[in-house]
Design a protein around this ligand. Structure first.
Ligand SMILES: [Zn+2]
Length: 320
């Protein structure tokens, strides 16, 4: 079996087998085989030149990029000016929380993962997330999230540490931005999590209640989110891994009036920001970045294998 056949077979097995133990075994086995395929590898397998030991991905639920340019977003504005910033990134076209996050963390468009419902679903996702893939590669992973339905993304055993509603007795209302930042500070100083996913929900909640870009959205939700982001940055910058940590900030969807599930530009446009000590600041408006590019880009930066057939592509601007 050549490398291309192995990649196809790997994807086939990932698609067919829902039994987690078997699927994880196969995933790990094929990941090892795929890692020996560098000579025939696609562009995704080229080695990253950034010195990255850790990646922190923050998804801010319902954050519109044009909200960052308004007042009261000191830390987010700094990030857009100190890293790579794609202010015209797009989410999938069903711009709702659960399907969008599945696309963010698997690299699969909704046409492939086929999850269109946006509510707590029974069972778990049958496609591997980047947390599961990285864990199978020996990396430590953590997920800190604030909506119970996102638990669908994290089957037992797929993540090293989980903090979220329905996990460890945490109540829905307790997983607010401040608590997530505090929990991040606690675990960041205790364990070396190579990849950490953090989900903050307040802009979406204020958008639904008061309207996107309303006074409450801009002057309450954005500042309290920005404060949590500042605390997370402070935690990273004080630690030993500060210069080797890549921070990515994006969103699952935007919003207009009090909803976000149409195909309006305000619903589909999301920010995509990456900062790292070796990245040259640049705002890029002429490159189309999609939420599905998040997963393959992160896998690429860890030199981890990509599942064959995913829709996302590595964001090439990372490469010097
Ligand atoms: Zn959402």
């Amino acid at each position: 079996m050549n490398c291309i056949d192995m990649q196809k077979t790997s994807h086939l097995y990932s698609s067919l087998f829902n039994h987690r133990a078997l699927r994880l075994f196969l995933l790990t086995a094929f990941a090892v085989l795929l890692s020996s395929c560098s000579s025939q590898a696609t562009k995704y397998f080229t080695e990253s030149k950034l010195d990255i030991s850790n990646v922190v991905l923050i998804s801010i639920d319902g954050l519109r990029p044009d909200a960052i340019n308004k007042q009261n977003a000191e830390h987010l504005i700094k990030l857009t000016k100190s890293g790579l910033y794609f202010p015209n990134a797009k989410t999938i076209q069903r711009s709702v929380t659960l399907p969008s996050h599945i696309s963010m963390l698997t690299g699969l468009d909704i046409k492939q993962h086929k999850v269109s419902k946006n509510k707590s679903l029974p069972g778990h996702l049958s496609f591997p997330t980047i947390l599961e893939i990285l864990k199978s590669q020996g990396k430590k992973t953590a997920a800190l999230y604030s909506k119970k339905k996102l638990g669908f993304l994290f089957p037992p055993g797929s993540v090293d540490y989980i903090f979220g509603p329905g996990q460890n007795g945490i109540d829905y209302n307790q997983a607010n931005a401040n608590q997530l930042a505090a929990e991040f500070a606690r675990i960041w100083n205790q364990q070396n999590y190579h990849f950490t996913f953090i989900h903050i929900r307040e802009p979406d909640a204020y958008g639904h209640q008061y309207g996107w870009m309303s006074s409450e959205y801009l002057n309450q939700a954005i500042p309290l989110t920005d404060k949590a982001i500042g605390n997370i940055i402070n935690t990273i910058s004080k630690g030993e891994k500060a210069n080797n940590t890549l921070l990515i900030i994006t969103a699952d969807h935007g919003g207009k009036d009090k909803t976000h599930w149409s195909k309006r530009p305000e619903d589909l446009t999301i920010p995509w920001i990456a900062t790292h000590s070796q990245l040259t600041p640049e705002t890029i408006t002429d490159t189309q970045v999609n939420i599905v590019d998040t997963a393959p880009t992160i896998l690429h930066l860890f030199n981890a294998p990509l599942p064959k057939g995913i829709d996302g592509q590595v964001i090439k601007n990372f490469l010097p």
